[in-house]
Design a protein around this ligand. Structure first.
Ligand code: IPM
Ligand code: MG
Length: 368
């Protein structure tokens, strides 16, 4: 069995704490399965500003290019509020996405049965929810030029960004959404603002064309992004796969994540062309308010590692085992603070990692 090359980027805030739990899982897999890993760890975001003076150092980017998969914790925090805008912690993550051409961001929003009451929505609305947002990640207003803040004189300034999409940028992310839908419920809803934005009009036209050419077996619908935000709250089960641009995807994926009531549970994958390394990170942020207190939920990052096993390392079998172990731990009533409920037992970040390891061991013993 060949060795899987991983780059671990714990980042800032709770990132290092949750990444330590991923290391436990990697260690367990090395001892108990045929998989072997080479894990190289370095700084990203604020931690990288402190270490290298920039949020993503060239040597770290180079290591990421040569990896099979990159696992990230989270970036940002008030400590770096004062740094130059071009080298803020988030700029490191954006550069990593852009440089590795990670154009398709997969953000599942799944309601685990054991956590159905964690949602702020009624259980009957969210029970069994399983939707996937495919967010375009390297285009749109996040990267469009021109951008800037200019001085207009007389005390006026003007801030501006450019929303731009090309045919090929739309088609490649659309194809990812259609392909994934085929393995799910075979439905894609494409969200934009074709009623207001030319880039949205083009988005709708290109998705429609691609669908007609290659994916007409998949059910396709279109929705304005604002309506999509509303429908996600009204009746989220109507969705299977939602495909949308970078900015709308940022917003809609936060909303979808919160439907589950457990941001601390949700993993994500950012993928480029086949054969290039994927980036895996939790949907939650760096949560500086609870950093260093052992309160963070490591499951989102551990489940992101599971996605890496599935999508980049071709070890869906191991991903299944980790996902099942996570369900087992929740069924045992073990909870970190973010998902704590009546009658459950509150445990720390590292206890959650240990519980997962025990569940993996137990499942292995039962299978033997
Ligand atoms: C996300 C985050 C990032 C984004 C930030 C940290 C740059 O909100 O991954 O959703 O806006 O893309
Ligand atoms: Mg976001």
């Amino acid at each position: 069995m060949s060795m899987h090359k991983l780059v671990l980027l714990p980042g800032d805030g709770i990132g290092p704490e949750v990444m330590a739990e991923v290391r436990k899982i990697i260690g367990w897999l090395e001892q108990n399965t045929d998989a072997s890993f080479g894990a190289w760890e370095d700084a990203l975001g604020g931690a990288s500003i402190d270490k290298y003076g920039v949020p993503l150092a060239d040597e770290v980017l180079e290591a990421c290019r040569n990896a099979d998969a990159i696992i990230m914790g989270s970036v940002g925090g008030p400590k770096w509020d004062g740094v130059d805008y071009n080298i803020r912690p988030e700029a490191g993550l954006l550069k990593l996405r852009k440089e590795l051409d990670l154009f398709a961001n997969l953000r599942p929003a799944i309601v685990f049965d054991a956590l159905v009451d964690a949602s702020t929505l009624k259980p009957e609305i969210v029970k069994g929810l399983d939707i996937l947002i495919v967010r375009e990640l390297t285009g749109g207003v996040y990267f469009g030029e021109p951008r800037g803040i200019e001085d207009l004189g007389n005390g006026e300034r003007r801030g501006f960004n450019t929303q731009t999409y090309t045919t090929s940028e739309i088609r490649r992310v659309g194809a990812v959404a259609f392909e994934l839908a085929r393995k799910r419920q075979n439905r894609v809803c494409s969200a934009e603002k074709a009623n207001v934005m030319e880039s949205g009009k083009l988005w709708r036209e290109e998705i429609t064309k691609l669908h007609g050419e290659k994916y007409d077996d998949v059910e396709l619908s279109h929705m304005y992004a604002d309506n999509c935000a509303m429908q996600l709250l009204r009746n989220p089960q109507q969705f299977d796969v939602i495909v949308t641009d970078n900015l709308f995807g940022d917003i809609l994926s936060d909303e979808a994540a919160m439907l589950t009531g457990s941001l601390g549970m949700l993993p994500s994958a950012s993928l480029g062309k086949p054969g290039t390394p994927g980036l895996y990170e939790p949907v939650h942020g760096s949560a500086p308010d609870i950093a260093g207190q052992g309160k963070a939920n490591p499951l989102a990052t551990i489940l992101s590692f599971a996605m890496a096993l599935r999508y980049s390392l071709n070890r869906g079998d191991l991903a299944d085992r980790i996902e099942t172990a996570a369900q087992d731990v929740l069924s045992q009533g073990l909870r970190t603070a973010d998902i704590m409920a009546d009658g459950c037992k509150e445990i720390s970040t590292s206890e959650m990692g240990d519980a997962l390891v025990s569940a993996l061991t137990q499942a292995m013993a039962e299978a033997a």
